[in-house]
Design a protein around this ligand. Structure first.
Ligand SMILES: Nc1nc2c(c(=O)[nH]1)N[C@H]1C(S)=C(S)[C@@H](COP(=O)(O)O)O[C@H]1N2
Ligand SMILES: [Mo]
Length: 198
């Protein structure tokens, strides 16, 4: 599946003040988790949902329908990487397992070490959003988010939480880690929404 902008030429695919790289930079705050095995790993869905919380083991997640999505990613520090193929669980499939309360308007993605990021639920539910376990057909390396990372490619890449452990559904837009430190609450690369004052 290609959900990207294949009809546009390469230049039209690069948001303002971004430079294309063919490498895959590693960028994060904190430590890379070291998982020996995944038996105690889980993903918790919680917040304003009827079930209060739903816990998926790694195996539960891998039994959900898998998709491939191809897209471009844009880091707020100025690099863009084109034509990534991510394989994982479609967020739209995952969400079918949850009964959201009517007031839910946002999600907070929770990663290891308490790192968080916030985004509107409709952005998270786009058909391009995926909980990826593989990049370009290879399992994610520890630095890039093994075993599962979010990929929300139409927003700056800081919204794509590596080492995802929780998805919280909220009615209020609460800033995550970088958002509390001056980054934009939304982060549209086409509008250059880098910092809170942009
Ligand atoms: N858990 C976690 N996820 C994170 C970050 C982080 O600090 N912690 N940094 C974000 C930022 S700023 C970017 S640009 C991308 C980088 O992903 P990469 O290292 O796979 O290129 O991860 C995002 N996801
Ligand atoms: Mo970033």
């Amino acid at each position: 599946m290609y959900f990207g902008k294949q009809k546009r030429n390469t230049n039209d695919r690069i948001p303002p003040n971004q430079n294309v790289t063919t490498s895959f930079p590693v960028l994060h705050h904190g430590n890379v988790p070291n998982y020996r095995e995944l038996s105690s790993w889980n993903l918790k869905l919680f917040g304003e949902i009827k079930e209060k919380e739903i816990i998926f083991s790694f195996k539960d997640l891998m039994n959900l329908p898998q998709i491939d999505v191809q897209n471009d990613i844009h880091c707020v520090t100025g690099w863009s990487k084109l034509d990534n193929i991510w394989t994982g669980i479609s967020v739209r499939e995952l969400i079918k397992k949850v009964n959201l309360n009517k007031e839910v308007k946002f999600v907070i993605l929770h990663a290891e070490e308490g790192w968080t990021t916030n985004l509107p639920i409709e952005d998270f539910l786009k058909e391009t959003s995926v909980l990826a376990h593989s990049h370009n057909k290879k399992p994610l390396t520890p630095e890039h988010g093994y075993p599962i990372r979010a990929v929300v490619p139409h927003l700056y890449f800081w919204k794509s939480a590596k080492w995802l452990r929780g998805i919280e559904f909220t009615s209020q837009n609460e800033p995550g880690f970088w958002e509390r430190n001056g980054y934009h609450m939304y982060g549209d690369p086409w509008k250059e929404e880098r910092f809170s004052w942009d």
